[in-house]
Design a protein around this ligand. Structure first.
Ligand SMILES: Nc1ncnc2c1ncn2[C@@H]1O[C@H](COP(=O)(O)OP(=O)(O)OP(=O)(O)O)[C@@H](O)[C@H]1O
Length: 251
């Protein structure tokens, strides 16, 4: 069986001056297996969003490739499997949540009726139902984030790629999204998400990878990293991993 998401020796450089380029991803390889919740951790600027943008086909890698169910990520047909939440959801502010979800349903190729049913369910689940006809420009940051999450889920895709899904959410919102991700996992969905919030990782993830300066420092389970069955030491293990790699860079 093929993996829903597979990064294969992906490298990317971005210009850092007129001539110079700096390497943002350095031959990263990751396999995200069916039905797993995979946390993609790393400090600011580590390369998480760049990797996600390549998996979504928004950026073409210099070397290597990402495959979604064996389809190169840059091919539009790969996207039929994927629901995506960007780091900063960019919404049509004059539209209402109901109109935006209609638009997403049409873009996903599902019927109008199925779109309406799913939209009603998702708006209810994300505590947005009573605001569904208000223009999005009147929403708070957390409401926009929750709406972005609903947009990713419309069409009931088997794979979800979420770039910092808890960003801008208060504890209630984070709890809501955590429970939804756990429900999606129970329904067999594959979820790949980036985050800085280690507490969420502990609750949600089967598998994690830690990226730093474009390279994968760790790829495995939380308990293998922390050295014990409980996840209490994840923050300490994360900080130690990054600091050790910094020390080694200076040796
Ligand atoms: N379009 C671009 N042009 C030039 N440099 C870029 C571009 N996009 C990202 N970068 C650089 O690539 C590096 C990785 O950025 P990226 O957004 O992937 O990191 P991140 O791990 O998602 O960070 P954060 O957690 O802060 O969102 C950073 O140094 C960033 O400045």
């Amino acid at each position: 069986m093929t993996n829903p998401i597979s990064f294969q020796k992906v490298s990317k450089k971005f210009p850092s001056g007129l001539i110079e380029k700096h390497r943002v991803l350095d031959r990263i390889s990751l396999d995200i297996r069916e039905g797993e919740v995979f946390g993609f951790l790393g400090p600011n600027g580590a390369g998480k969003s760049t990797a996600i943008n390549i998996a979504m086909g928004f950026i073409i890698p210099d070397e290597g490739n990402v495959f979604i169910h064996d389809i190169p990520a840059f091919q539009p047909r790969a996207r039929k499997y994927v629901g995506y939440l960007p780091e900063h959801p960019c919404l049509y502010e004059q539209l209402s949540a109901a109109e935006l979800l209609d638009f997403c349903g049409a873009a996903s190729g599902i019927s109008r009726r199925a779109t309406r049913e799913q939209a009603d369910f998702l708006l209810e689940r994300l505590n947005l139902h009573s605001f569904k006809n208000r223009p999005v420009r009147t929403y708070s940051k957390g409401m926009k984030q929750r709406l972005g999450f609903a947009m990713a889920m419309i069409g009931d895709p088997p794979v979800l790629i979420l770039d910092e899904p808890m960003s801008g959410l208060d504890p209630l919102g984070r709890n809501l999204i955590t429970n939804i991700i756990l429900d999606l996992k129970a329904r067999g969905k594959t979820i790949f998400f980036s985050t800085h919030i280690l507490n969420d990782v502990e609750k949600l993830c089967d598998h994690i990878a830690v990226i730093h300066q474009g390279g994968i420092l760790y790829n495995g389970t939380i308990s293998e990293l922390t050295g014990g069955p409980d996840n209490e030491n994840l923050e300490a293990a994360f900080v130690s991993l990054i600091n050790t790699s910094r020390i080694e860079e200076h040796l």
